[in-house]
Design a protein around this ligand. Structure first.
Ligand SMILES: Nc1ncnc2c1ncn2[C@@H]1O[C@H](COP(=O)(O)OP(=O)(O)OP(=O)(O)O)[C@@H](O)[C@H]1O
Ligand SMILES: [Mg+2]
Length: 273
């Protein structure tokens, strides 16, 4: 007997305090891994300075999220299909020009996506590093935030500064953490424990460890070969880790299946304010 579980859409934002900790590689491969287990996924590259998600997935296009944010095109004219059936709205090839996602732009994005909400189990948002108010409000409007931490001390401190803002100013109550570029599971668990001890003590925010991704040269090699790591090197340590993360995220989201996604209503509130 099979049990049919119906679930609402989950909107998941990836964040980091510091740049270069692996956000884009984690979110792109996680999107691919969710698709591989038959989840219907859409990755929105909201890093409006660099079109990195498309690069990591080996997909490029002249049509980008900027077309939606400026009202030139609708979602369906921009979206691209990729490995395992994932969908991508590519980011902006900014060449140093960084577009701001202001309230009007966000409203256009939400309005363009609204007819498609039933087409997805997950919408994942890649974000620029750091704590601009437009990316903080986008993160806070997601149903889940995944913070990517690496073992560098600056990643720890900047990650703490970011979740402090999310907790105190945007009232985010819980965050999922991925520890990236660690040597092994033990190092990842230790890093998470230290981070969550400090965060729970001073911010009262609940953190859950989604898991670790090891330092693995296959990630860089896949980018050089313009392919998604999970697709090109499915047996690599990193790809196995991405698959574990996808299963855990899916299990975690099932626990929350009764909750309807806040993304579309809360962004409207942000837009209206
Ligand atoms: N687990 C890993 N093992 C080895 N290298 C990794 C790993 N994760 C990421 N990298 C490498 O780290 C670099 C930064 O990765 P990525 O672009 O995903 O980071 P980011 O946090 O999105 O950066 P930005 O702040 O610029 O958006 C890349 O060169 C990538 O190949
Ligand atoms: Mg990035």
């Amino acid at each position: 007997m099979s049990l049919k579980v119906t679930r609402n859409l989950q909107v998941i934002a990836v964040a980091s305090g510091k740049g270069g900790v692996g956000k884009t590689n984690v979110i792109a491969n996680l999107t691919a891994a969710l698709s591989k287990i038959k989840q219907r996924t859409l990755l929105l590259d909201c890093d409006l300075g660099m079109a990195d998600a498309g690069i990591v997935l080996g997909m490029n296009s002249d049509r980008t999220i900027e077309d939606i944010l400026t009202g030139r095109r609708q979602y369906e004219d921009v979206v691209q299909q990729g490995v395992f059936g994932l969908n991508l709205v590519p980011g902006v090839n900014g060449a140093g020009r960084i577009m701001e996602m202001d309230a009007v732009a966000k409203r256009r994005l939400v309005d363009s996506l609204r007819p498609w909400t039933k087409s997805f189990d997950y919408i994942l948002l890649d974000n620029p590093s750091g704590a601009s108010s437009s990316s903080l409000s986008l993160m806070a409007s997601a149903d889940q935030v995944i913070l990517v931490l690496s073992s560098e001390p600056t990643s720890f401190m900047d990650g703490y500064a970011l979740i402090k803002l999310l907790a105190l100013e945007y009232k985010v109550k819980e965050i999922l953490v991925v520890t990236n570029m660690v040597e092994d599971e033990t190092e990842g668990r230790d890093l998470f424990r230290r981070f969550s001890d400090v965060s729970a003590r001073f911010l009262g925010i609940k953190l859950h460890h989604l898991g670790s991704v090891p330092r693995d040269s296959h990630i860089r090699e896949a980018v050089l070969r313009k392919r998604c790591c999970l697709d090109l090197f499915p047996r690599s340590r990193a790809s196995e880790a991405f698959e574990r993360l996808a299963h855990r995220l899916n299990d975690y989201s099932l626990l929350k299946k009764t909750k309807r996604s806040n993304f579309f209503s809360s962004l409207e509130m942000v837009s209206a304010s």
